[in-house]
Design a protein around this ligand. Structure first.
Ligand code: ZN
Length: 430
């Protein structure tokens, strides 16, 4: 029985069991589970109140005292570190505390990369609304608030220009002020009129893409004829894709650059850590010898609770052993809480990637088959908190497609098609 059904049937014990599952595996996957933890605490308070088999009067008193203690306890203990509010005003981020604070409450560092600057503010404190949360100051690319640890808040500010931040600690308040916002706007607009490529670079520079090269190490993936391994093909395609997207101005990360084994959940943990905008898991397909000469083509999957026979077959292959060990009820718990907006975005991303990959391949190989966009329960995608897809770049079991998949020119073509799909997705969903 799923979590939702447990809620509908008012089955508290089951509800608690499912929530525990979601929190336990959510934490392993690097999710923010605070929503479910709160829900669990609420249900437990309710349950405790119900279990007191006494007169009505006593019952009411009990629930009241329980509520009181749970409410006041964290406040009295941590009021020094409790952040009241975080907001922006003009060119400033303002952090309000309940009590007076000192300069020791803030630490500042800057991380410069080729494409942008990351300004990181470590704040000693807990903020109930850090989930992570986005803040906005016009002229700054990105501002994120993340509760890193119990009493450690991260405020991450990312921008291509030098923002020259300063900060002031004043009584119960920290004020971070940016002295230099939007300084490169003018120089960009003059450039964009002369070279249209620069528009694209600036536009997409902010997007973070995590590429997951499927399998690796002892996990060889599918095996084609002459012991050709899936892990080798997908690594090559992933690396080409990495380079193309980087050249186009994306902030790109890859789960492996060599022949190494990585647990399924660690792949999406990377994506969550990097605050990725999209997650692309690259795989290649295979089928039994008797059908090998008949079945070929590219297909793209996105995560959903739907289980068609074909999706089931592919999912069974791609879902690795560390995921298979999850209990059935845990899997059901996850599928029922899948975020519908994430499913929709993943579906859109899958369509753009599939269409562009197919179009690019068919320019040179007219016989490329369209396997279409499909949905299914792919566990490598479950952990990702952003739109995520699994791309099957072809069948290594097919006599001709299998050979092509090992040619670098074909691998580059595949990578180019996928990259075009990513461009197309972000153009429509900025
Ligand atoms: Zn695979």
């Amino acid at each position: 029985m799923s979590y939702l059904r447990a809620v509908l049937n008012n089955n508290t014990a089951l509800e608690i069991k499912h929530l525990k599952n979601i929190i336990k595996y959510g934490n392993k996957l690097g999710h923010n589970t605070s929503k479910y933890e709160k829900e669990l605490a609420k249900i437990r308070v309710k349950k405790a109140a119900k279990n007191t088999k006494t007169t009505k009067k006593v019952k009411i008193q009990k629930t009241k005292t329980i509520k009181k203690t749970t409410k006041t306890k964290p406040k009295t203990n941590n009021l020094n570190y409790t952040v009241k509010n975080i907001y922006t005003k003009n060119n400033m981020i303002i952090i309000d505390f309940y009590t007076n604070i000192t300069k020791k409450y803030i630490d500042y560092s800057i991380d410069k990369t080729k494409y942008s600057n990351l300004y990181l503010f470590d704040i000693k404190g807990s903020f109930k609304d850090a989930r992570p949360t986005k803040l906005q100051i016009s002229g700054i690319d990105r501002i994120y608030i993340i509760q890193k640890e119990k009493n450690l808040l991260h405020i991450k500010v990312r921008d291509k220009s030098k923002l020259n931040p300063i900060y002031i600690v004043n009584k119960k308040q920290i004020i971070i002020k940016f002295l230099n916002i939007g300084s490169n706007v003018n120089s960009n607009t003059t450039k964009t009129t002369t070279n249209s490529n620069i528009i694209n670079v600036n536009r997409y520079k902010r997007k973070v893409v995590v590429i997951d090269a499927g399998h690796g190490g002892k996990d060889v993936g599918a095996v084609g004829s002459n012991k050709k391994y899936e892990k080798k093909v997908v690594l090559a395609v992933s690396k080409y894709l990495y380079n193309i997207l980087k050249k186009r101005g994306y902030n790109v990360h890859i789960t492996r650059k060599g022949d190494t084994f990585i647990k399924v959940r660690n792949r999406t943990i990377l994506a969550n850590k990097k605050n990725a905008d999209i997650f692309l898991s690259i795989h290649a397909n295979s089928i039994a010898k008797s059908k090998a000469h008949k079945v070929k083509g590219v297909e793209t999957f996105f995560l959903s609770p739907a289980r068609s026979a074909r999706a089931k077959r592919v999912a069974a292959k791609e879902n690795s052993s560390d995921v298979r060990s999850m209990s059935k009820s845990t899997k059901n718990s996850f599928l029922t809480v899948l975020n519908q907006s994430k499913i929709t975005a993943s579906n859109k991303l899958a369509i753009d990637v599939q269409q562009n990959m197919l179009y690019t391949l068919q320019q040179r190989y007219k016989d490329t088959v369209d396997g279409g966009v499909r949905e299914g329960p792919f566990w490598v995608l479950v952990g990702a908190q952003m739109p995520s897809i699994l791309i099957e770049v072809g069948y290594i079991s097919h006599p001709t497609e299998g050979k092509r998949l090992y040619k670098s020119s074909y691998q580059k073509l595949l990578a180019k098609g996928i990259a075009n799909g990513v461009d197309s997705y972000f153009l429509k969903n900025p």
